[in-house]
Design a protein around this ligand. Structure first.
Ligand SMILES: O=P(O)(O)OC[C@H]1O[C@H](O)[C@H](O)[C@@H](O)[C@@H]1O
Length: 600
């Protein structure tokens, strides 16, 4: 059944209770027409409006004056927030109620960064002491590894870490790691150490991760909330084999540790339970970077003191989100504007454009799309087709998130943003570079050069360039339409004072809560992810077929014509490559690709 038919059939049966039936929603729908009559060029001339569309928290400046919105729009959005019971929903989240109703879980990732003396209840129990028990354990353990008090099986210090995990057990820690990599304080603490991430089940990712590493000096951290994720577990078995083959099976306990909510499976895998770091089912995978998922690998690399600052930054936003009035509340404003752009103006995508190479993995974390097709924080949270009560939605939720650091993106997809489709953009800039360079004889510093673009792009999008302007510049007639920029393209700018561990934590908190705000207004459950299950179960069927065909020569059965044809081709080619592999082994290539060849 088509989605529209499904919705129609449903609404014949019962009133939906959805936000779109409320007056504030209808009011905003009607208001779209008024906004259509204005252009950002005019809106930007209204200084009072622009002043009201800026807000500051803890050194972070949010300027949303380049949204296609007036002060009236904002008022209407705040009324919508009331109709959606946004305040109550935020309170319910902080109070530890089981707002993730389809999984019967609380949503308390804020407790992961709470100070020791905070009280945050989940099921009537303060969860903060448990959080700090694990944090203290991470602190001790990471210090033991970093100081060389804990050594590997052959007595050598463990200076390299491979963190195995996927989705939420990978992208958050990767984002923070890449943001800290060039922070002067963090760099100092990371001297002589390496942190790598193994996520994809593609054996190429294994080969890349172990390249140049010695098992004797490597610690492997298996990160998996469930400890059942197929990719992670196969990669964990592969690296267990890598360690055992080099150092003997008894070395595994010295070289492998784990982060999980499922400590029974950790032990079954052969990891010493004393070397397992727990977290809890009230932490969603994509919201888990502040748990041992991120804190352990990052503390091993940068030391606990640096990671603690990151946690403090995220906590500062938690406090702000919970207590600041909505008119000055960064995540609330960002969330409401996203709802405006998606549900009313009809812009389905959002570009996240940090003008800092250190934030290169920020967009992938928020979209969680980079190498894989799972878009975790935003797209896994808000890409839903039904309300939290299971009512089919007659409106779209979630955004198609993507992004690249500026200025790189300017030389690739910005063309489409300027003259093609309208894509609301988040420009993220930093006042003070992590790595300032000012060359003698240059007009500006390298960071100023970068930031000139950060300040210019939002205006280019908002104002555009008219045919009249082009004619005045003597542009040939046949190029006028090509060189015209319609403008009126919304963006917002977030300016951070610097990019240290604390600010990185703040940035994370802002985006995490913004996504929750959107979900709360749309009336969906942003904390479950049933949509990832179907593909996984179909892959199980394919895996079984591979086993049956390869080991027992069984024919392909149970698939449609298309998949059968593809599988047939794949299995035929595989037979040939097995032969080539054998040839390589004879010729001594085994030493180059030891794992891949053994596995084949
Ligand atoms: O941490 P794990 O249990 O291994 O799960 C890893 C990932 O698996 C799935 O793809 C989920 O949709 C993600 O939210 C999760 O982060």
């Amino acid at each position: 059944m088509e989605r529209e038919e499904f919705c129609w059939a449903y609404f014949q049966m019962a009133p939906s209770g959805l936000i779109y039936e409320t007056d504030p929603w209808k009011d905003l729908k009607a208001h779209v027409h008024d906004i259509g009559k204005t252009h950002l060029r005019e809106l930007m001339n209204d200084v009072e409006r622009c002043q009201s569309m800026m807000t500051d928290f803890d050194g972070i400046l949010l300027d949303y004056s380049r949204q296609c919105a007036t002060l009236d729009t904002l008022k209407k959005l705040h009324t919508l927030a009331e109709a959606a019971h946004l305040k109550e929903k935020i309170n319910r989240m902080f109070n530890g109620e089981r707002i993730n109703s389809t999984e019967n879980r609380s949503v308390l990732h804020m407790a992961l960064r709470a100070p020791r003396d905070a009280v945050i209840n989940g099921d009537g129990k303060n969860v903060v002491p448990d959080v700090w028990k694990v944090l203290d354990k991470i602190k001790d353990f990471s210090e033991a590894i970093r100081s060389g008090a804990w050594v590997g099986a052959t007595g050598k210090a463990l200076k390299d870490v491979i963190a195995i995990g996927i989705g939420g057990s990978f992208l958050g820690p990767l984002f923070v790691h890449s943001a800290l990599q060039t922070d002067p304080e963090a760099t100092e603490f990371a001297r002589g150490r390496q942190l790598r991430f193994l996520a994809n089940v593609d054996p190429i990712d294994v080969a890349r991760n172990i390249a140049g590493l010695n098992p004797e000096t490597t610690l492997v951290v298996v990160v998996s909330k469930t400890f059942t994720t197929a990719e992670t577990m196969l990669n964990a078995r592969t690296l267990r084999e890598w360690i055992a083959a080099a150092l003997g099976p008894q070395a595994v306990s010295k070289h492998m540790i784990a982060v999980s909510t499922n400590l029974t499976l950790v032990e079954k895998f052969g990891i010493d339970p004393n070397n397992a770091f727990a977290f809890w089912d009230w932490v969603g995978g994509r919201y888990s970077v502040c748990s041992a998922v991120g804190v352990l690998p990052l503390s091993l690399q940068y030391g606990f003191s640096v990671v603690e600052k990151f946690l403090k930054g995220a906590w500062s936003i938690d406090q702000h989100f919970r207590s600041a009035p909505f008119e000055k509340n960064l995540p609330v404003l960002l969330g409401l504007l996203s709802v405006w752009n998606v549900s009313f103006l009809g812009y389905p995508a959002r570009a996240i454009l940090p003008y800092s190479q250190a934030l290169e993995k920020f967009a992938p974390h928020i979209q969680q799309a980079c190498l894989f097709t799972v878009f975790v924080v935003s797209m896994e949270s808000n890409g839903k087709g039904v309300s939290i009560d299971g009512v089919p939605l007659p409106y779209e939720t979630g955004e198609i998130d993507f992004g690249e650091p500026g200025t790189n993106g300017q030389h690739s997809f910005y063309q489409l943003i300027h003259q093609g489709r309208v894509i609301p953009c988040d420009f993220i800039g930093v006042v003070k570079s992590q790595q300032p360079v000012y060359l003698k004889g240059e007009t500006v510093s390298n960071h100023d050069e970068l930031m000139s673009n950060f300040f210019a792009q939002p205006d280019a999008l908002a104002y555009g360039k008219t045919p009249e302007q082009l004619l005045k510049e003597d542009v040939p007639h046949h190029l006028i339409t090509h060189k015209t920029f319609s403008g009126n393209r919304p963006s917002l700018s977030l300016l951070l004072p610097s990019l240290n561990a604390y600010n990185i934590g703040q940035l994370l908190g802002i985006y995490e809560h913004r996504i929750a705000v959107e979900g709360f207004v749309w009336g969906i459950n942003s904390f479950d992810q049933w949509g990832v299950e179907l593909g996984k179960s179909l892959a199980t069927q394919v895996r079984k077929q591979f086993h049956a065909s390869r080991k027992k020569g069984e024919p392909i059965k149970g698939f449609n014509f298309s998949t059968t044809t593809l599988l047939t081709r794949y299995l035929e080619v595989w037979k040939t490559s097995s032969f080539l592999t054998a040839l390589c082994q004879i010729k001594g290539l085994k030493s180059v690709l030891p794992l891949c060849l053994r596995d084949i």
